[in-house]
Design a protein around this ligand. Structure first.
Ligand SMILES: NC(=O)c1ccc[n+]([C@@H]2O[C@H](COP(=O)([O-])OP(=O)(O)OC[C@H]3O[C@@H](n4cnc5c(N)ncnc54)[C@H](OP(=O)(O)O)[C@@H]3O)[C@@H](O)[C@H]2O)c1
Length: 312
């Protein structure tokens, strides 16, 4: 059954984050007035106390759960324990408390890092359990993957309505550009822009460049999540992607060209590549709730670089 979100009390955990900011814009555009965003300083959602108070204060009909501790390969390697614990405890407790309180719908936002390291490309949802994830992001990916198990189990036993979505790597304006925790696109944009500003003629890039990735404009991802919230009521996991694979080498070429950096690119092969290939099969999202990404990679990249330059 389709949900009219404008009539619902909605809680968006992580609503002040990168992806969350686009969800908030799109909820406002749909006429949603009753939207609650629990900030981590007020409600630590990794604790039972934070979750209880959040449900008491927000009294939501629908929870869109985006809150997470996230980062690129470096941050995942440095903090595997806290990434595992925080993400697991948030998801598992939020869904349980929602069930106990008769929540109408729980939307769990997972991650492509849940896929096995050597998944055949394009990744189909049926392949999710055919192997262990790439080691550097396994604790993060598996912690979030437990929400898929929980969603299926709670639907079977309690008839609780939750869904599990798997967005691919995101990029766009308002992304995290902090080198300690950023993902590959903001990290590269910052490197190129900073080198131009400082007059440097070389940038160092992690890995060999052979790994491939798929990137989805965060605004498109937000639309996919809201379409699924409105239209999709099954626990079968759904990929949210753009369906285009690009090597890190080609990605660097695009960012170098778009930023205008004309120095040398040196590859630091002592640093890890992460998962060898990533690209999603997005058929299910199209068939089940009509999602297709709209923004071309070139347009999205230009907008992201412009945002970075305007805000730094
Ligand atoms: N970025 C990507 O490429 C990507 C790809 C696939 C999936 N995802 C998923 O999309 C979601 C959003 O990611 P993002 O990139 O937008 O991350 P983000 O900008 O870091 O936002 C995450 C938000 O989570 C909140 N949060 C973290 N720990 C919390 C806690 N203990 N209690 C309450 N809130 C907490 C933070 O709230 P405060 O601001 O109040 O501290 C933050 O705003 C995550 O679930 C992530 O796994 C992201």
């Amino acid at each position: 059954m389709s949900i009219n979100l404008a009539e619902k009390r909605i809680c968006v955990t992580g609503g002040a984050g990168f992806l969350g900011s686009f969800i908030m814009e799109k909820l406002a555009a749909r006429g949603c007035k009753d939207v609650f965003v629990p900030r981590s300083k007020d409600y630590d959602l990794a604790t039972a106390d934070g979750i209880t108070r959040m449900y008491d204060d927000a009294k939501p009909d629908v929870v869109i759960h985006l809150a997470a501790v996230v980062g690129g390969i470096g941050a995942n390697r440095e903090h595997p324990g806290s990434f595992f614990y925080q993400n697991l405890m948030m998801g598992v407790q939020l869904m349980e408390e929602g069930r106990l309180r008769g929540l109408e719908k729980f939307v769990a936002v997972g991650t492509i890092c849940a896929y096995p390291k050597f998944t055949p490309v394009p990744f189909k949802e049926e392949e999710l359990w055919s192997g262990y994830p790439e080691e550097t992001n396994a604790p993060y990916g598996l912690a979030k993957k437990m929400m898929l198990v929980q969603s299926e189990a709670y639907r079977d036993e309690y008839d609780f309505n939750s869904i599990y979505l798997l967005p691919v790597n995101l990029y766009g304006p308002r992304d995290n550009f902090d080198p300690a925790s950023s993902h590959v696109i903001p990290a590269l944009i910052k490197k190129c822009c900073d080198a131009i500003n400082a007059g440097d003629d070389e940038i160092i890039v992690w890995g060999s460049g052979t790994a491939t990735r798929e990137f989805l404009f965060a605004e498109d991802c937000a639309e996919g999540i809201l379409l699924a919230t409105e239209e999709y009521d099954k626990s079968d996991p759904v990929n949210i992607g753009a369906g285009r694979e690009i090597s890190i080498k080609d990605l660097v070429d695009v960012i170098v060209a778009e930023t205008g950096f004309d120095g040398k690119v040196t590859w630091d092969a002592t640093k890890p590549d992460g998962q060898p290939r990533r690209c999603l099969d997005t058929t299910r999202a199209t068939e089940e709730f009509g999602f297709k990404s709209k923004t071309s990679f070139e347009d999205g990249m230009r907008e992201t670089i412009k945002w970075y330059r305007d805000n730094n």
